[in-house]
Design a protein around this ligand. Structure first.
Ligand code: T4K
Length: 430
């Protein structure tokens, strides 16, 4: 495992500060716990030597994109790992969603959760299909099937279920609803590569599923995505749409776009697939450590994974019950940012962002659980760049913030939280 799990670039991964008292917190004048920022979504990188050899091979053979050895291999491996017949690799998950939506013939209205990354909604709106935002079950963070049923109108042509955090959404219920109403069913499985549902790998449900292999995903191909399906005709349509619609040398059948994955990205994907189990093992170790450290902290809970299923554990998500912690999510995020822990506010709810905020100004009325959840969750750093010692210190910061919750709230009263945290995040990235 050491070959693919590098230590952080510095020998000092966390400063020797106890963070047991409020005055030790950086937000109140203490020294930041971490000399270098801890990110959510730092890329996992497999065997560099093998990647370099593959890139040299690509350059030598001068076949850079539009098919090629590594794209073929990547697609075959993704299909095998997901237990599906067809995989069409794409330049990213968003374009994969757009193409899958179009190839499925979705039009009019499509029901999606608002509690997802903005790309799920944008992939519809981009092609003038109305995303109809549906509320979630606050226990699972996934679509609530009963409420999906209530959102169906004569204009509805499809449903998109999102396996948020890699935890499967209600696959059977959505399949039943889609079949009863004659709707297409697509799963946005951007978080769920390598996860299973009732012992069956995510990938083969619905009409098709879409993966993301973006740099921040536990398994990346630099940028990248894929549509997987067991429907041969659909796969063929998607295949053509990925390459402008070309059916022959200079002939097109219908409109397509450019969704091709290039060979270097595919080579990165193939290389990282070889280390995938190690990435999962590190994520699982980190998740269990967070869970152990935070168990018993009143008002703080981690989003749980079903250990009887296969999971990728790529998101460590904290849920706060502010009535118990007193310190709220914005304050905790600010406290962590000041310590150089760049925790993320995934997800805000698409309906709270443009263009949807203006298009559907009353959407919130039908989304009470999304509204509430989006103010309670905070995603914490994990992946191969995060060491157990860092997790212990990070959790101590959370414990201290919560155990002195009232005092923290009073001391931070009136301070502008959101803009300060955002500024810190972006200055650190550039
Ligand atoms: N559907 C769902 C449900 C999704 O979550 C996503 C993407 C998609 C569809 C679309 O798939 P893609 O088209 O992206 O393949 C990130 C990712 O960009 C996005 O892929 C992901 N979901 C989403 C949840 O998170 P941002 O804008 O929050 O990420 P960004 O660029 O700020 O990076 C996050 C952190 O990672 C930062 O702290 C810095 C670190 N980082 C990032 C990059 C790119 C690195 O250390 N190195 C890097 O190269 O959206």
């Amino acid at each position: 495992m050491n070959s693919v799990v590098p230590k952080t670039g510095t020998s000092e991964i966390a400063r020797a500060i106890s963070k047991l008292s409020l005055d030790e917190l950086a937000i109140f004048g203490g020294e930041p716990a971490f000399p270098e920022s801890l990110h959510v979504g730092r890329p996992n990188i497999g065997n560099r030597q093998k990647f370099h050899e593959r890139v040299a091979d690509i350059l030598e053979r001068k076949w850079i994109t539009n098919g090629g050895r590594y794209v073929d291999e990547f697609e075959r491996r993704i299909a095998d790992l997901s237990g599906v017949e067809h995989c069409v690799a794409m330049c990213n998950g968003t374009v994969a969603l757009e193409i899958a939506i179009r190839a499925l013939g979705m039009t009019g209205e499509v029901i999606v959760p608002s509690f997802t990354f903005i790309a799920t909604a944008n992939a519809l709106q981009w092609q003038e299909i109305t995303p109809v935002f549906c509320d979630i079950d606050p226990r699972t963070h996934n679509l609530d099937p009963a409420r999906v049923e209530q959102m169906i109108t004569p204009r509805t042509t499809g449903l998109i279920g999102v396996h948020v955090w890699g935890r499967p959404c209600p696959v059977e219920a959505l399949t039943e609803i889609a079949s009863r109403h004659g709707l297409k069913l697509l799963f946005d499985s951007a978080h769920a590569f390598g996860c299973s549902h009732n012992g069956r790998m995510i990938g083969g449900f619905g009409n098709a599923e879409v993966f993301s292999f973006h740099a921040t995903k536990f398994m990346n191909s630099l940028e990248g995505g894929a549509v997987v399906t067991n429907d041969a005709q659909l796969a063929e349509r998607i295949h053509l749409m990925r390459n402008f619609g070309f059916t022959g040398y200079d002939e097109t059948e219908y409109i397509g776009t450019n969704g091709k994955l290039d060979e270097v990205s595919a080579a990165m994907g193939v290389t990282n697939l070889e280390s995938m189990e190690e990435f999962v093992a590190v994520n699982r170790r980190n998740y269990r450590l967070y869970d152990k450290e935070l168990t018993g902290v009143d008002g703080v809970s981690l989003v749980k994974y079903n250990e009887a299923e296969r999971g990728n554990y790529q998101y460590v998500v904290l849920e706060l019950d502010e009535s118990k912690t007193i310190v709220n999510r914005e304050q905790l995020m600010e406290i962590l940012h000041e310590e150089n822990v760049l925790a993320r506010r995934y997800f805000r709810g698409c309906h709270q962002m443009e263009p949807y905020r203006s298009l559907f100004p009353h959407a919130a009325m039908l989304l009470p659980d999304t509204e509430s959840l989006s103010k309670r969750v905070l995603t914490l750093p994990t992946g191969t760049d995060v060491e157990p010692e860092q997790i212990s210190v990070l959790c101590q910061i959370i414990k201290t913030s919560v155990s002195y919750g009232s005092e923290v709230r009073d001391r931070l009263a009136g301070r502008e939280m959101v803009s300060a945290a955002g500024a810190k995040f972006y200055s650190d990235l550039s």
